[in-house]
Design a protein around this ligand. Structure first.
Ligand code: NAP
Length: 504
């Protein structure tokens, strides 16, 4: 397939004079139209127009549209895998798995809205005879908020990008979407946009319900989040980029919610009995999780907290051996590879940190690195707790449980926190849990956080900087809540209520 590199604005492929070249790992670069504020305005105005029908469509219509998107993505499976692997360097198996996850979550949202629970409908019947004052008839329902902006993520070209979780949740809620494509995978964005366009045509959905604008400069993202008709933003990316966009949202004349999923080091606490019984095995498995996908997961467990002494040493030695045996991996972009090396340099320059395994890499490749420090050094140096996006691990050695708890209290907000524990560690786990649940969106036992199940109970979020909104998740059915707003109807005649509220 040849890629034209155009934007999809309100159902039409649109080119621009200004272009940029894509930077695939393999194959020929694509000439991509560069976005600008004029295109953003056109797409958002069209999305607002579409809202007047799509926002009031039935749940059945939206479910049919979502299922058609999933079908159209599957119909392009091979092309998606081919362009996705060429652009990102991720292996074929990963792209195939991520496609299944993407279509699975689109279909999950279709099923979810059909059930209707997400509407959280409530009814307090009128009490005309109540004294001293009668009570009116009050009914509440969740309503869609309007056009939503979504930023494609570099590290998930499918599941967190053009038709990823943010887009699926917003469309399910009844909100038109304007996607800002990520420069790392414009061809993948194009073919997914084409699948959505085909689903629009197949189901007779308003064509302006979805637009995709390529980047080329920060102008596009800035114009999108500041557009007065945009009502919320879904974002996955860096702390720096996310914070800049969050600030723009907060400074608008009408501030809007920015649902940013930013940095996390996902600490892992290896408790004493588990360390003694299987420290080496946990260390080896940690290395596997740390290097999966070149460490380019927001749930990458970058920090392990382990006791001092020979049993903890066995954990570190096994992790070192396993990491040393992992070869170089291609990273998503040149910029991400150089940011990884800058993160490593930050560690190399610190006296309080001991290198356990240091490696050099070039260009777009990354090789694993491992460092060690102790709790007091960690707590005194804020930079050690900042995410290094890639296969870099830090082991923090502690004297005892009290120090582990103190360390846990010192962590910033996290997407996940993990306990490795045996039966004899239950009291230690009980001491840590009240701290961990205040810090993280997901607490795990005896596993690794890199796999994120897409289901009703999943939370992929957490206190800042894991996310900019601790009440929300970007994965799982609860993700739809970000794009809904409760409305109460007082004494409205039944026939004037939204269809979903009639007869309730
Ligand atoms: P990024 O730099 O945050 O960019 C993400 C998106 O935000 C891009 O579309 C980018 O548009 C836009 N953007 C960033 N800053 C902006 C600004 N000031 N104004 C307007 N738009 C802005 O993330 P990235 O490109 O994916 O990767 C860079 C770093 O992000 C990585 O090294 C890694 O540290 C981190 N990262 C973290 C996660 C995570 O889940 N924690 C995931 C992916 C990446 P442009 O095209 O205009 O740049």
């Amino acid at each position: 397939m040849t890629f034209h590199g155009k934007h999809l604005i309100a159902g039409e492929w649109t080119g621009t004079e200004a272009t940029f070249a894509s930077t695939p790992v393999t194959g020929e670069p694509i000439t991509v139209s560069a976005g600008d504020a004029t295109l953003v305005d056109k797409a958002v105005q069209a999305a607002e127009e579409a809202f007047w029908s799509y926002g009031y469509s039935s749940r059945e219509e939206r479910a049919a549209f979502l299922n058609a998107i999933a079908d159209e993505i599957e119909a392009r499976a091979e092309t998606i895998t081919a362009i996705g692997t060429a652009e990102t360097g991720l292996p074929e198996g990963r792209l195939q798995g991520e496609r299944g996850r993407t279509t699975g979550q689109i279909r999950m949202f279709a099923d979810h809205i059909l059930k209707g629970d997400y509407l959280d409908r409530r009814h307090d019947e009128a009490l005309p005879d109540r004294a001293p004052l009668p009570r009116p008839d009050l009914r509440m329902i969740e309503r869609p908020i309007g056009p939503v902006a979504v930023f494609g993520a570099s590290n998930f070209p499918l599941a967190f990008s053009t038709a990823g979780g943010d887009t699926a949740a917003a469309l399910a809620a009844g909100c038109p979407v304007v996607v800002k494509g990520h420069e790392a995978h414009p061809g993948t964005a194009e073919i997914i946009a084409e699948a959505i366009k085909a689903a629009v045509e197949k189901t007779g959905t308003h064509p302006s319900v979805f637009s995709m604008i390529h980047g080329g400069s920060h102008e596009v993202g800035g114009a999108l989040v500041q557009h007065p008709l945009i009502k919320a933003v879904g974002f996955t990316g860096s702390l720096r980029g996310g914070k800049a966009l969050f600030d723009l949202c907060a400074q608008r004349p009408e501030p809007i919610p920015f649902f940013g999923e930013l940095g996390s080091v996902n600490p892992m606490f290896v408790l004493p009995e588990a360390t003694a019984a299987r420290g080496a095995a946990i260390g080896e498995a940690w290395a596997g999780s740390l290097t999966m996908g070149a460490g380019q997961f927001c749930t990458n467990p970058g920090i392990a907290v382990v006791g001092k002494g020979p049993e903890g040493d066995a954990f570190v030695a096994a992790a070192k051996d396993a990491l040393a045996g992992t070869g170089a991996q291609v990273m998503l972009t040149d910029g991400i590879a150089s940011a990884y090396r800058a993160g490593k340099d930050r560690f190399d320059g610190r006296n309080a940190v001991t290198p356990v395994l240091t490696t050099d890499s070039d260009g777009r490749e990354a090789t694993p690195n491992l460092y060690e420090t102790d709790a007091s050094a960690y707590l005194q140096d804020h930079a050690l707790g900042e995410e290094v996006f890639g296969p870099l691990g830090l082991v923090v050695r502690v004297d005892n449980l009290d120090e582990m708890v103190t360390l846990a209290k010192g962590f910033e907000g996290q997407l996940t926190a993990t306990l490795h524990m045996d039966d004899g560690d239950a009291d230690a786990a009980r001491a840590l849990l009240p701290v961990l649940e205040r810090k993280a969106g997901r607490v795990l036992a005896n596993g690794f956080p890199t796999g994120v199940e897409v289901c009703d109970s999943m939370v992929h979020g957490g206190p800042f900087p894991a996310s900019t909104n601790f009440g929300a998740t970007s994965v799982g059915t609860l993700a739809i809540r970000r794009f809904l707003r409760p409305v109460c109807y007082q004494n409205l005649p039944e026939a004037l209520l939204p269809a979903d509220l009639q007869g309730i």
